[in-house]
Design a protein around this ligand. Sequence first.
Ligand code: SIN
Length: 365
Amino acid sequence: MRALPFPLRTLARLGRRRAGERATEARALRQWVSGLWLCAGMVLGLPAEQARAATTPEKVVRLSHVVAPETPKGRMATRFQELVAQASDGRIRVEVYPDSQLYGDDDEMEALQLGAVEILAPSLSKLGAAGVPEFDVFDLPFLFDTLSQVRCVTQGPIGQRLLDSLARQQMVGLGFLDNGFKQMSAQRPLREVADFRGLRLRIQSSRVLAAQMKALGAHPVVLPFGETRRALAEGVVDGAENPLSNFLTQGLAPVQRVITLTDHGYLGYAVVTNPRFWARLDPADRALLQRALQQALAEGNAQAAALNAQALATLKQTAGVRVVGLSAPQRVALRRAVQPVQADFARRVGAPLLRDVTNQCLQPR
Ligand code: SIN
């Protein structure tokens, strides 16, 4: 992958510094809230411990993510929080930190390893980059045509095998969540291979996505999700690929003139936790969290497509952004252009995994 040129390195450094500042602010906020309970106890004439016990949970589970609350992942996180609060009668509190408030793409995995956060839901692309290359299978362009093909992988034995493989990088994989199919955006329609030539397109940190953009004649630029809008606004990059729920909620419409509905790749998530945290939980609490999460994931998976459809409807009505489609021959030509990426990455993803995905989930097409 290319080293970042100067302005992007600066952007990335600024992003990291802001993530650190956000973490400090969050810590200060927690201390302030805890001080508030002591004051409340004094005002109400309750001993401080009693005042705190009435409102302070026994256990706090921090869930950090990088997208907006009104996205499939944001909704799932909020629902998980509600379900845990209900099932534990407030004894366990899930604190949700959306929008890279606590950690961003650059530091969230490290924070999980260090125990600074208990749960993350990184995109599957970021798990490939974190040293579990099997997850790159989800980035292969035009591999999946429908969400039910993806579900066949994520909700069956192949998905369980993938979650188990996260143990190699000191993560426990708890389940999968859909966002949806990605669409290309830029200042012009991206219908033909020639339209991509020379464009600088933001990608997640994924070798497959870098190869996909190069196969189309574009220059891939790896940037943290939270830095994408600014980089587009300042013309540091020309375009990006996103499911429309992310495009809309990141406010990309004012900085991108055209969305081309390419459906060229899938974006989803795995919910992961720290193995030490998970092992140390009381078994009943672990089961409670697991049940709440499975329900939040099931509900989230049932809603993801609708959220992206709503985002499409909104964007079609949004002044300043144009939504264009691909003709069947244009789709075939784009698919053909990126076909070599599948062959090139078969070894990295693992030939047996690719064969199982193809035989068990993509047939008949
Ligand atoms: C996310 O949906 O978590 C962000 C994906 C991205 O970095 O594009």
